[in-house]
Design a protein around this ligand. Structure first.
Ligand code: AMP
Length: 282
């Protein structure tokens, strides 16, 4: 049985009892509207840990005015069933008031030119502060041994790992591969914003990244050349608006000219009402 818990106090009671029983606590933070990507994180946590807690919280702090906070999909009953199928012990779904009571004033930031300033940070300036703040709170509430994140949000993973290290949070972060639809589109709760035609167009992102991967594997090392080819593939998709195509060092997220060592190829593209991100490590 997966138990739905809505208060911080109750989560702490469960976790305290698990610790007494000597169980390792695995944590999967999410905004809900589950798909197979979320489930893969839960499955890994279930393998590694004696207790698994999944949070569902659409965090207002990480949405800018005019972004999709209000229309972000919320489907708790369905999510609960899916978490139950993955044998999660608890789904923690707090209210906004539970997480941000009146007077809430503390936010987590990183250096001005640090990881949150790169890639998506150029287009969503306060987004990662919102993410770090909520994840710091959730880590403090749950005190997990292990926390699981998806590669689709690779920048987010790096930022959270940096935060956990810098603030001496006693949690090990794990990165799991991006789960994709059969046609390659990275699964995302936001894919529901796509109409049927746009849904087809959206496969262009994955096609472009596959092409980039092929080029690098067959010896191309010029970032400009690979970016040019990605742009060419995306530009063939009518109605796709590119936020960025970037080839960066996979640890620092600094742009590289020459592709060598662990490198991230990442993009953000808007199609209709959806802003889609995807990446590959090469
Ligand atoms: P979200 O609910 O979109 O905030 O995502 C919660 C967690 O699931 C984050 O760690 C995401 O990176 C991860 N995630 C989202 N989509 C995927 C995917 N397609 N494959 C693997 N992990 C994912």
């Amino acid at each position: 049985m997966t138990v739905l818990v809505e208060t911080i106090k109750e989560v702490r009671e469960y976790v305290r009892n698990w610790r007494k029983e000597g169980k390792k606590v695995g944590f999967v933070p999410t905004m809900g509207a589950f798909h197979a990507g979320h489930l893969s994180l839960m499955a890994q946590a279930r393998k590694d840990c004696g207790a698994v807690i999944v949070s569902i919280f659409v965090n207002p702090l990480q949405f800018a005015a005019g972004e999709d906070y209000d229309r972000y999909p919320r489907q708790l009953p369905r999510d609960l069933k899916m978490a139950e199928a993955e044998k999660a012990d608890i789904v923690f779904s707090p209210s906004v008031a539970e997480m941000y009571p009146k007077g809430f004033a503390t936010h987590v930031i990183q250096d001005k030119n640090g990881l949150p300033s790169k890639l998506c940070g150029q287009f969503r300036p306060d987004h990662f502060t919102g993410v770090m703040t909520v994840v710091a709170k959730l880590f403090n509430i749950v005190r997990p041994d292990l926390a699981y994140f998806g590669q689709k949000d690779y920048q987010q993973f790096l930022i959270i790992r940096r935060m956990a290290t810098d603030l001496n949070m006693d949690v090990e972060t794990r990165l799991m591969p991006t789960v994709r639809e059969d046609d390659g589109l990275a699964m995302s709760s936001r894919n529901i914003y796509l109409g049927p035609k746009q849904r087809k167009d959206a496969t262009g992102l994955h096609r472009a990244l596959k092409r980039a991967e092929e080029m690098v594997n067959s010896g191309e090392s010029s970032a400009a050349t690979v970016v040019g080819e990605i742009r060419r593939v995306i530009n063939r998709v009518k109605g796709a608006r590119i936020d960025y195509i970037a080839i960066v060092n996979a640890e620092t997220l600094e742009p590289v000219k020459e592709i060598k060592g662990k490198t991230l190829v990442a993009l953000a593209v808007r199609i209709g009402k959806a802003r889609l991100i995807d990446n590959v490590l090469v």
